[in-house]
Design a protein around this ligand. Structure first.
Ligand code: SF4
Length: 383
């Protein structure tokens, strides 16, 4: 298959979660919705069910969810509920609701109340102190609760061998996505920001073996091309999610490519593999959570050293980008509170950046377009 045909296929998959859910159900499969962040999806796969990511929507409007949510909740959390209420995700057999931020904690209860008996709502609390033995044990206990709930939905036991098999599949998908991100930068004339986003987004909806097969094919085809002689500029993107095609098209219009990302929905979600030298696979999953680093949403006992800010500034330099674009989700406390530290690290390192305020109900891109256009001129001077 040609590169363009493969990219088109990912684009269709990224845009059609509802249809894919219907297909899985028609095939007699059970499907579990997985909300952000860091749910051990491997357990869903290990149970023989299909995990589907739920990260809100760029096309829906908050309506029914208003009944359950304070207006200052981010649109990702509200639109995830909207999709559960308006029938978009009808057919799910359950959802996993992690509770890593101050919005998701109360939202987990809103999802539970709103769904009633319609589906199994599986609560997941990650430990704040994830490194010490007690933190790891807490995480193992939580994951065992999730496992028990998934077994109830699946109607079968999940064995250690099932989980080890799932870990191998997920680690492979992570390695392939890391490889893809590098190839996308080398071939940014072919893998434009909208196409890059679609490939990474499709992961959340497709069955993982099918996704792995397609991405292997795409990576192999991309690797055959000579590295492109890019005449435009490159940035690193940062934030929770930046999958809005209309916003990403503005980058393309201004010849800005994406060299790498520090985005929760993208690289942050596949940066860290699950260790394979652990006898207990649930402990291996807990250790993966402990090993995650440089993440706005995770506790860093050394945060006063601004390690994360420096990490992101280095990412810009190492990836060959000229600057950074921060997509700041409205009402996202963790990202907003961390911004002054990121800004300081970028300024100290001489990395230009812009902060674009966004949310998933954004329909007017005029202001963003002007800001990106002006930033493109600044980046040109950095080349
Ligand atoms: S966007 Fe921010 S506030 Fe909303 S769910 Fe994610 S981390 Fe929480």
């Amino acid at each position: 298959m040609s590169i363009n045909a493969l990219l088109d296929e990912f684009k269709v998959k990224a845009a059609t979660p509802k249809q894919q859910l219907a297909e899985y159900k028609a095939q007699g499969k059970k499907v579990i919705g997985v909300l952000p962040y860091y749910a051990p999806e491997e357990l869903v796969y290990a149970a023989g069910m299909v995990p589907m990511g739920i990260w809100g929507s760029n096309t829906k409007t908050i309506s029914r969810a208003k009944e359950y949510c304070a207006t200052f909740y981010c649109t990702i959390a509200q639109l995830a509920l909207e999709m559960l209420l308006d029938g978009t995700m009808d057919g799910l057999d359950g959802i996993i609701t992690p509770t890593i931020c101050d919005t998701l904690r109360p939202m987990s209860q809103n999802y539970r109340v709103a769904m009633g008996d319609k589906m199994k709502v599986i609560f997941l609390a990650h430990p704040q102190n994830r490194f010490e033995d007690f933190g790891l044990q807490f995480c193992v206990d939580q994951y065992n609760h999730v496992k028990a709930d998934l077994e109830e939905v699946a109607g079968r036991k999940i064995t250690d061998e099932d989980i080890k098999g799932a870990i191998a599949v997920y680690n492979e998908s992570r390695a392939l996505r890391r490889e893809f991100v590098k190839l996308a930068s080398d071939h940014c004339d072919v893998v434009t920001p909208t196409k890059r986003s679609a490939v990474l987004k499709a992961f959340f909806f497709m069955e993982k073996p099918a996704y792995i097969e397609k991405l292997k094919e795409l990576n192999a085809e991309l690797a055959k091309l000579p590295v492109c002689d890019w005449e435009g500029t490159k940035v690193v993107t940062s934030g929770i999610i930046c999958d809005n095609p209309k916003l990403l098209e503005i980058f393309e219009e201004n010849k800005i490519a994406i060299a790498a990302d520090d985005v929760a929905h993208e690289t942050r979600s596949f940066r860290t593999d699950v260790p394979t030298d652990e006898a207990d696979p649930i402990m291996a999953l807990a250790k993966q959570f402990a090993n995650m680093d440089y993440d706005v949403l995770l506790y860093d006992p050394k945060s006063s050293e601004n390690r994360r800010g420096e990490f992101v500034a280095n990412l810009v330099k190492e990836s060959g980008a000229q600057g950074l674009v921060l997509f700041m989700q409205q009402f996202c406390d963790p990202e907003e509170m961390e911004y002054p530290y990121l800004k300081k690290a970028l300024n100290d390192a001489g990395v230009p950046h812009i902060k674009l305020g966004i949310d998933q109900q954004m329909r007017d891109f005029g202001q963003a377009s002007t800001a990106i256009q002006a930033f493109a001129d600044v980046l040109e001077m950095q080349k």
